[in-house]
Design a protein around this ligand. Structure first.
Ligand SMILES: CC(C)(COP(=O)(O)OP(=O)(O)OC[C@H]1O[C@@H](n2cnc3c(N)ncnc32)[C@H](O)[C@@H]1OP(=O)(O)O)[C@@H](O)C(=O)NCCC(=O)NCCS
Length: 380
């Protein structure tokens, strides 16, 4: 049995003091429901991907489900840091495949900006090892700065190459009305911005954000019945890497991403050359460069040069909705947001950022500083 995505929705990302977490969840839910043409009663279960630690409202699954009008159907929460909602999609796939449920709502929702940056950095830092790393003040920018230094030392990757990733993603973000940042930037602007953790500048970093995105996922029979353009989930890869940096063999790659992509390609019976468009986890510019290599789009060490191939018209258009860099990164919502971008592409509904004739798309959602990674392959 195939599993299809039949409805998508996406809120505006950014500072969303105007809404509660329930209201934020409602925005993409209603879009996805209308998109699918289903009624609330036809959704058998909901899986929410979120990192509750940033939010005032705890155990958000209950209040959100009530607000969406989905009682008494069951709900679960999946938490895997920044890959929480990709984990929710994987769980939904398994539930439908096992025939426990026929149609599942997968909803990524996150409020982060209820907290000042200093508090967010502390909370996020505790996603790293609280015994040996967080007490020394490690932030995510620090982790990815270490990866960037390792990549630069080993392969000669430059700050200009990192900056070019930011320039590309802000270019596409400027065309995305749901993105937090909708302004183009230049390489000089990136290099002149303040250092957050050397060598990463402000514009090498994604921004903390509030936001939500939703997917309605159904079994093959329902997908074919209700949609002319169901987007099929062809391959799911998930893997973990050592949590503690001390036990990582290499800092210039994420072994979880290599392993997750290998299983996703195997299940989908394809290789990286078959991917027409991809959304990768560019929480920092170096993360996108590492993803080019870990996903097999280019040889190891060549990621810095590959950015030129990731514009529309290039070898593999990547993050042509702005990526985390320009959309903002509301951690629990990002996995679903990436899938929404790929579904739009495969349906031919991506407007001015459409990749002509895209047939196969990929998402790469990293959790923590690489301890989790989920790679999904989709086809039209
Ligand atoms: C880099 C960072 C520390 C900056 O936060 P900050 O110092 O509080 O920045 P501010 O909110 O004061 O913003 C200062 C300005 O820079 C802008 N800005 C903030 N972060 C930005 C970013 N990442 N990219 C582009 N612009 C950014 C703001 O919009 C603001 O612009 P304005 O002055 O025109 O309003 C924060 O964005 C951050 O923590 N990013 C990393 C998030 C992360 O690690 N996520 C997990 C990854 S797996």
């Amino acid at each position: 049995m195939k599993i299809g995505i039949v409805g998508i929705g996406h809120s505006k990302f950014g500072r969303r003091d105007d809404v509660t977490v329930q209201e934020l969840a409602f925005e993409p839910f209603v879009e996805a429901l209308n998109d699918s043409g289903l009624q609330r009663e036809e959704i058998d279960a909901t899986i929410i991907g979120a990192s509750p630690v940033y939010m005032t409202q705890r155990s958000i699954a209950g209040p959100v489900t009530e607000y969406l009008g989905l009682n008494p159907q069951p709900v679960w929460l999946t938490e895997a840091a920044c890959s929480s909602s990709a984990s929710a999609l994987r769980t939904a796939y398994a539930l439908i495949k096992s025939k426990m449920h026929d149609t599942v709502l997968v909803l990524g929702v996150q409020k982060m900006l209820e907290n000042p940056t200093s508090e967010i950095l502390k909370i996020m830092g505790r996603t790293g090892d609280v015994q040996w790393e967080a007490p020394y003040g490690t932030t995510f920018a620090n982790y990815y700065a270490m990866y960037a230094n390792a990549h630069m030392t080993k392969y000669g990757t430059t700050s200009e190459q990192l900056a070019k990733v930011a320039v590309k993603n802000h270019f596409y973000g400027s065309k995305n009305s749901k993105a937090m940042f909708q302004k183009e930037i230049t390489v000089d602007k990136v290099l002149e911005s303040r250092i957050i953790s050397s060598p990463l500048h402000l514009y090498d970093c994604c921004a903390n954000a509030d936001g939500s995105a939703a997917l309605i996922v159904s079994n093959e029979e329902i997908s074919k019945k209700i949609s002319d353009t169901p987007i099929w989930v062809e391959g799911l890869g998930a893997a973990t890497a050592p949590f503690s940096l001390l036990t990582r063999a290499e800092l210039s790659t994420l072994s979880s991403a290599v392993e997750a992509s290998r299983s996703a390609y195997t299940q989908a019976k394809i290789d990286p050359t078959n991917i027409d468009v991809a959304e990768v986890h560019d929480c920092f510019t170096i993360a996108e460069i590492m993803a080019y290599e870990d996903l097999g789009f280019t040889e190891r060490g060549k990621g810095g040069e590959f950015v030129e191939n990731t514009y529309i018209g290039g070898k593999v258009p990547i993050n042509v909705d702005g990526g985390l860099k320009a959309k903002g990164h509301p951690v629990g919502a990002t996995g679903c947001s990436q899938v929404v971008g790929i579904v739009q592409q495969l349906r031919g509904e991506a407007g001015q950022c459409q990749v002509d004739g895209a047939e196969k798309g990929l998402t790469h959602n990293v959790g923590g500083h690489g301890q989790y990674c989920l790679v999904h392959v989709f086809s039209r």
